[in-house]
Design a protein around this ligand. Structure first.
Ligand SMILES: Cc1ncc(COP(=O)(O)O)c(C=O)c1O
Length: 441
């Protein structure tokens, strides 16, 4: 009997006992290749000696000091590191302990910024359907997964949703990718006009949609148009790079590939690589200056923000990624992963789409490639795939509700940045067997 309220009550979880590199071993001695970095977290793999040494060193000096009394060297150095490589203008860092907290902080900072600017009427947030921004009430409210939101509906702030970029299903046959992106950008602008541009606080989007759609990037030009629209109406652009950021798509920030900078950006997961719980909000200098010249404080704080151990871990993770030029490996192995997935699944009768960037790739499963009809949700195909993969010693990240929060299944693949081509071959082979077994219903 367990005393833990696990994610699935009644499910029996193996006990993770040890981990090295790309492999986790359970207490029965079975090994699993971590082909999803958990949930796109373990970017450096497990037990990296440099990160462990930095964490041990930090523990010996200082485990914790409350941020209302002190700053710490680890927190300051990590902020320097993040600011030095941030998208243009994002020069200030606000620490939190995970992705939902980063998104929550972004929403509140955006509102406080406008209050301090004297624009108190700005009160609406626009986000996208089929997105995930976390589970705290603000993050849940802006998220687009209906199955996760609906029972908490009475507790959620009113938010407005527009269509996500989802080329496989959303682009019309008579449209180019650019025209599709322009159409969806117009949809955003129509929504802004409906609410009144001067009443909107922010538009929030995942730069590459992660868990909900399965590694779906934007089409060319979409985010440039979104940036222009936000500028025109004085609306803040908040990018959620909790999952797709910190190198996962082959550049440190996914928005680099879109040629834009947001006003606020949430990061987490790959920031600390799983060595410690940490997230951060990257803040545009203009927003920071408004608070600095106004109230002098962001009215929002957590006990564990800027935790020295978490900051030391994240700093070590980021330094190793840069020192070892691991983003080059993300791009190289990302191309190889894409090629191998195409070879294995390109003509698979139940694979409708392969997509993604770098080591952030998705497979959408359908029951009919021609009509794109998904499997009946009652099969819980995504859960079967996860089960079959685990049985074969493989961790991937399947999810259901891809199409509309109820129908559709996809698999997210997000291996550590240290993966080599032999590791990718094994992942593709085991995943192919797992999907074949799961669809044989
Ligand atoms: C894009 C995105 N935003 C926010 C979150 C929430 O992060 P956390 O689970 O650390 O609260 C996630 C988690 O998967 C995510 O993928």
């Amino acid at each position: 009997m367990t005393h833990i309220l696990h994610r699935q009550i009644g499910h029996s979880y193996p006990v993770a006992a040890a981990a090295r590199g790309i492999t986790i071993r359970d207490s029965a001695g079975k090994e699993y290749i971590d082909a999803s970095g958990g949930a796109a977290v373990s970017c450096l793999g497990h037990a990296h000696p440099d990160v462990l040494a930095a964490m041990h060193g930090q523990l010996d000096e200082l485990a914790y000091a409350h941020t209302s009394f002190f700053t710490s060297q680890a927190a300051e150095e990590l902020a320097d590191e993040l600011a030095a490589h941030a998208p243009e203008g994002l020069n200030r860092i606000y620490y939190v302990s995970g992705g939902s907290e980063a998104v929550e902080a972004a929403l509140k900072l955006a509102r406080q910024y406008f209050v301090e600017c004297g624009q108190l009427q700005r009160r609406f947030i626009i986000a996208r359907r089929q997105s995930y921004h976390g589970v705290t009430l603000g993050a849940l409210a802006i998220g687009g997964r209906e199955w996760q939101r609906k029972q908490f509906g009475p507790l959620l702030i009113a938010t407005h949703h527009v269509s996500p970029i989802y080329e496989y299903r959303g682009k019309r046959a008579d449209e180019t990718a650019e025209a599709y992106g322009a159409r969806l950008a117009r949809e955003l602008e129509n929504k802004i006009d409906e609410l009144g541009g001067a009443n909107v606080i922010a538009f929030v989007a995942e730069t590459v949609v992660g868990a909900t759609l399965g590694a779906v990037p934007a089409v060319p030009g979409y985010f440039k148009r979104v940036r222009e629209i936000c500028n025109r109406h004085g609306i803040l652009l908040i990018l959620d790079e909790v999952m797709c950021g910190m190198g996962r798509t082959g550049t440190l920030h996914a928005c680099e590939q879109e040629g834009i900078s947001p006003d606020l950006m949430a990061i987490a997961k790959g920031l600390g690589g799983g060595y410690a719980p940490i997230g951060a909000l990257l803040i545009d200098e203009e927003i920071f200056n408004t608070l600095a010249g106004g109230s002098g404080a962001f009215l929002h704080s957590h006990t564990y923000m800027g935790h020295p151990l978490a900051c030391a871990a994240a700093l070590a993770v980021q330094r190793v990624i840069r020192r070892d030029k691991l983003l080059e490996n993300v791009r190289r192995q990302g191309n190889y992963l894409s090629r191998r997935l195409n070879e294995r699944f390109g003509n698979h009768p139940f694979v409708g789409d392969l997509r993604g960037r770098g080591l952030f790739q998705g497979i959408e499963i359908v029951s009919d490639r021609g009509t794109k009809e998904p499997f009946d949700p009652c099969y819980k195909l995504h859960a079967r795939i996860k089960h079959e993969a685990m049985a074969r010693g493989l961790m991937v990240y399947p999810m259901g509700g891809t199409v509309d929060s109820t129908r559709g299944d996809h698999v997210l693949i997000a291996p550590p940045f240290i993966i080599d081509s032999a590791g990718i071959d094994t992942i593709v082979e085991r995943l192919g067997d797992a999907i074949d077994a799961a669809v044989a219903i």
